[in-house]
Design a protein around this ligand. Sequence first.
Ligand SMILES: [Zn+2]
Length: 62
Amino acid sequence: MNEDKKVCLNCNRTDEQIPLLTLSFKSEPKYICAQCFPILIHKIHLLADKLPGVELPLTTDN
Ligand SMILES: [Zn+2]
């Protein structure tokens, strides 16, 4: 796996396939596509394994 390749955190599409947004997490660049961006906002727990140590919002519904 090429670590320098820009791929979406969630769907692994590259910036050859879809525009990616650049994020910064723990001073490391991360990328997510516009389609997956709402997941980052609303369902960040789904990305927790991609963002080790990310702070998850407290939720009452499980
Ligand atoms: Zn994506």
